[in-house]
Design a protein around this ligand. Sequence first.
Ligand SMILES: C[S@@+](CC[C@H](N)C(=O)[O-])C[C@H]1O[C@@H](n2cnc3c(N)ncnc32)[C@H](O)[C@@H]1O
Length: 319
Amino acid sequence: MSAPAPHIPVLLDEVIHALAPAPGESHVDGTFGAGGYSRAILAAGAARVVGFDRDPQAITEGATLAAGDERLVLVPERFSRMRDALAERGVDAVNGVVLDIGVSSMQLDQAERGFSFQADGPLDMRMSGEGESAADFVNHADEGEIAEVLRDYGEEPKARRIARAIVAARPITRTSELAAAVRKAAGHHPGMKKDPATRAFQAVRIHVNDELGELEGGLDAAEQVLAPGGRLAVVTFHSLEDRIVKRFLKTRSGDVPAGSRHRPAASEGGPEPTFEAVARPVRAGEAEIAANPRARSATLRSARRTLAPAWTKRTEGPK
Ligand SMILES: C[S@@+](CC[C@H](N)C(=O)[O-])C[C@H]1O[C@@H](n2cnc3c(N)ncnc32)[C@H](O)[C@@H]1O
């Protein structure tokens, strides 16, 4: 089998502009992947990059890069655990945190990882290779649970009907089988604008990897590890994720009516804003989209950490 195409970093210049790495600084790349952002942060002169990835394969493949540059440290962990993982390595605070949410091209392109229905493979979809696989979920969850995942994470209008078809088609062990069951139930025909399997695969992947829970935990952890003046940059690929980042930055920067239930005013004992200089969302330009279609749905949001103490003290998910 040929090696998967390398991942092309999305919105790279814009991310580096937002992070503004300076000589002597430490940064966290929470989603190392193929190391596109880490390389650029180091090239900009940062003294250290701690790269996290929950996929052991990404860490193994990045080992050559890390072996050749002692400023890069790779950590096989979820980014929601960054505070503890940094503390274990003697790092209390960093000057930048970047998260590039979702899966890499390497993960998508390897049929045996089971993320894609473009090529048949075992129905897996686990980034870390641990825990419940996509096959475990579709074969054991009840119809209502499957419908909820399709609706909540895939924004699928025919969630109930598709969930019923999935249950009827069990056991499902291959990506092609899941795609076929979804298409049949959703009334897919060739030439249709959007393949309904796209939404179903996104939904099951988000569920299996608890991607939205990880994003929330990662934002809280970034708030805890960023030094005053430190920069947060987050790239997301669909509205569910972008909404979480937008809401987080809005609330944490105090951009909510004072005294609201989301943020009691400081005078009422509410916490002080932990982020400021929240930038407008940045989208990829036409040239980048032409060169890398994956950039089409990307949104970058960024902000600067204030001096105020973090709102959350502990954010760790289950180990
Ligand atoms: C979109 S890719 C990142 C690509 C990277 N920016 C680059 O330029 O090569 C996302 C990567 O983040 C990893 N990932 C996703 N969620 C994660 C999490 N919660 N914790 C750690 N790594 C995660 C995936 O395994 C994948 O390798």
